[in-house]
Design a protein around this ligand. Structure first.
Ligand code: MN
Length: 735
């Protein structure tokens, strides 16, 4: 190998010693590659090293190391991932075009299009990252995604590059350090996560956290510090106990333990606004077994011996995460009341969890290749999404949103893969295939069994949809869909059906009015006149007019009819449906943005009272139904049908509430109770006494109140009254 050293050098230390040190590192790298890939092209590697070493000859890093140490480290990280020699060569050359006199044409002619293409991809991303524009982050991310769809090795190099930069961040000025740390947390760590590269993700996060939020980092470090010895003792004791139990079952598994990572603690504390004491997965153990069957035996044993915390058991073996991650998670409470998070997985799963996409790099007959990997579909979808919506900021949101959306993969009988959101049913699948199949779907054959279309699908299911001519979507389907596409299509279908019905209804109503006018007032209009007059009331299409009068959206009042029949002094015709006085009042009580003419009703399940926090739920048939904000019946409904509403503070009105009050059966209770309501200026509508036992009775009372604060006062006094055992609020509709 020849290394020309004709340039001026400004490196600390003796030049020849440095050259020797770096060459030694290169041979170590080559050795590492040959270990996993014995047929690797070493000539290519040597050439890449000598060109890179020459190109960076007079450059140093911020830490005064010779620059070439950086590409060597990056290549070393890729060799740890066991990547092919093309990646290693490109890694050695990754900063050459960006930072030296070499051009991309030089690289292409020296190394060919494959290495050149990767180097160019990395260079393009670096160029964008240096932009200080407002949308730089989104722009960077977009470039990364696009570069990756060309060759995924570009991002693997970029991740390794970032990893090494983060590891040597200490040498930079604080401002630059913070910016790089922030960018790493926002972009690079999520991408590593998305590619399933747990090990790199964790390192990127932990180090970036330290630099981007030094105060929080120090605080958490202190908090852990005081608990560390205690935690490790507990964990070691638990590990031994578990190990012994597993041995008795004949299972040999490696058990590791750790205290939750600082960055994870930070995220949890921030998200839930809690104290470190409340983090229930602070202490974590991981069991790595030999087989999947063993995993389930271990988890069964753990759940039998200790109390599992409800809702914390997750089976990512049966339902892998979209990045391929598999494991079983649970949290248990041991005898001494301490909570431990336990993860169980096989060795293979552990490898995938640590290395992700890089674990799929295969070597066959001296040729290296990346197995066709589902995870890459995500990037292709992102490109499509970007074509649809080129706004960088929205694209970033979309990406970040998508990073946490969980997906499943199901198959058509012909083996085509369909990606769906987790929780999707056969209905979602049908609409993903084709709208017509969705609209006509009747049943599904999942893994050769006939099932309901409402069946939730799992990754790996083979699904075939059974259609019927007379099948059609119903409102009930909406509850059994997870994808927005299916929902949109179902709602469109229902809306069209509704429109058809309303048009028919409107036509009937209109012909009745025409007959009436002809008979009573001898007025008739021809089609052209009708069209012209409709335009005056802003209807260009007759069908729209019929639809609106059919649905009562347009009321045929005096004025409207006057315009249509060209009568200034129009005849009094009572509109078919007027808002009743009661409805009008209800409408006045609530403010709804954007809805001028919607029916308002109060939910019978929670009877919201003025002053309580409320939400509106849009129903297709009953208008807007007002619930209390925390009403349990809103929990499983679609968020897009929930509407922000407020009480109209200016409107004065009263609302009826009902209570059952269980009291001791002594005289005067009835008057005590009614005095309380009177004191708070509330009108009693009804009050009755009903004996329950010899010593107690039930007072049933309904009274009017104008604000929840008033109700709270009354309730407080009810409860505090001597002789009152219990105060129960009843639904209005309840007897
Ligand atoms: Mn670099």
């Amino acid at each position: 190998m020849i290394i020309s050293c004709t340039r001026n050098v400004d490196i600390q230390g003796d030049l020849y010693y440095i050259l020797y040190k770096m060459i030694k590192r290169f041979f170590e790298l080559q050795e590492k590659v040959l270990n996993y890939h014995p047929k690797a092209n070493t000539e290519l590697l040597k050439k890449a090293y000598s060109v890179a070493a020459d190109a960076h000859m007079n450059q140093t890093r911020a830490d005064k190391e010779a620059y070439i140490s950086h590409p060597l480290s990056v290549a070393g990280i890729l060799a740890d991932m066991k990547l092919d020699e093309i990646s290693i060569a490109a890694a050695l050359l990754h900063d050459v075009v960006e930072d030296t006199d070499y051009t991309i044409e030089d690289i292409n002619s020296l190394f060919g299009k494959e290495v050149g293409g990767i180097v160019w991809g990395v260079t393009k991303i670096s160029k964008i990252s240096d932009l200080d524009a407002e949308n730089a982050q989104a722009e960077t991310l977009k470039k990364i995604i696009i570069a990756m769809t060309g060759d995924v090795r570009v991002i693997l190099i970029k991740l390794a590059d970032r990893l090494h930069n983060i590891l040597t961040l200490g040498a930079l000025k604080e401002e630059k350090r913070k910016r790089i740390a922030r960018e790493t947390l926002d972009i690079y760590a999520p991408i590593a996560a998305r590619l399933g590269m747990g090990k790199i993700k964790v390192t990127l996060e932990d180090i970036s956290f330290q630099y981007s939020c030094p105060e929080e980092y120090d605080k958490i470090t202190r908090e852990i510090g005081v608990r560390e010895e205690w935690a490790n003792q507990k964990l070691e004791k638990f590990r031994k106990e578990l190990k012994k139990n597993l041995r008795e079952l004949g299972i040999s598994g490696d058990i590791e333990y750790r205290i939750k990572r600082k960055f994870s603690i930070y995220k949890k504390l921030k998200k839930q606004n809690i104290d470190i004491e409340k983090v229930y997965d602070l202490l974590a153990l991981r069991v790595v077994t030999k087989s999947v069957a063993d995993c389930y035996v271990v988890i069964g044993e753990v759940h039998q011996r200790y109390t599992p915390l409800p809702g914390r058991w997750r089976d990512f073996i049966a339902h892998p995460r979209n990045n391929g991650y598999q494991s079983i998670h649970t949290t248990i409470i041991s005898g001494d009341g301490i909570k431990y998070e336990i993860q169980v997985r096989t060795k293979e799963m552990h490898k995938i969890a640590e290395e992700g996409i890089a674990a799929h790099w295969k070597y066959k007959e001296g040729i290296s290749f990346l197995e066709n990997d589902q995870r890459l579909n995500w990037f292709r979808e992102m490109i499509d999404a970007h074509k649809e919506n080129p706004d960088p900021e929205e694209f970033l949101n979309l990406l970040k949103g998508d990073l946490i959306v969980k997906e499943i993969y199901v198959f058509t009988p012909k083996g085509k893969v369909v990606n769906l959101k987790i929780g999707s049913t056969a209905i979602d699948f049908a609409y993903a295939i084709h709208t017509e199949i969705g609209d006509k779907c009747y049943g599904a054959i999942v893994n050769e069994h006939m099932v309901s279309i409402k069946k939730t699908l799992n990754s790996g299911d083979v699904v075939e949809i059974v259609t019927r001519k007379n099948a059609s979507p119903s409102l009930g389907w909406l509850k059994h869909t997870a994808t927005s596409k299916a929902r949109k299509k179902i709602l469109t279908f229902l809306q069209q059906e509704e429109n058809k019905k309303n048009i028919e209804k409107g036509k009937r109503l209109w012909s009745k009015i025409l007959r009436e006018y002809k008979k009573k007032y001898k007025i008739r209009i021809d089609d052209n006149e009708f069209r012209d007059r409709l335009r005056k009331i802003h209807y260009n299409e007759i069908e729209t007019f019929f639809r609106d009068i059919g649905s009562n959206k347009k009321v045929l009042d005096k004025k409207t009819l006057g315009v249509i029949f060209n009568e200034v002094e129009a005849f009094e015709i009572t509109p078919k449906k007027v808002r009743s006085k009661k409805r009008d009042q209800l409408y006045r009580m609530i403010r709804v943005d954007g809805y001028q003419d919607i029916d308002v009703k109060f939910a019978k399940c929670c009877n919201p009272i003025k002053g309580e926090k409320i939400k509106g739920f849009i129903t297709l048939k009953r208008g807007l139904v007002i619930h209390r904000e925390n009403c349990s019946s809103l929990r499983n409904v679609m968020q897009d049908r929930i509407k922000k509403v407020e009480w109209n503070e200016e409107a004065e009105f009263s609302q009826l509430v009902k209570y059952d009050i269980i009291v001791s059966d002594k005289p005067g209770m009835l008057s005590l109770i009614s005095n309380i309501t009177a004191k708070h200026e509330s009108n009693i509508k009804k009050i009755e006494n009903e004996a329950i036992t010899q010593n107690s009775s039930k007072i049933k009372i309904s009274f009017e109140i104008s604000h929840v604060d008033q109700l709270k006062e009354i309730y407080k006094e009810f409860s505090a009254t001597k002789g009152v055992f219990q105060v129960l609020r009843k639904r209005i509709s309840e007897k």
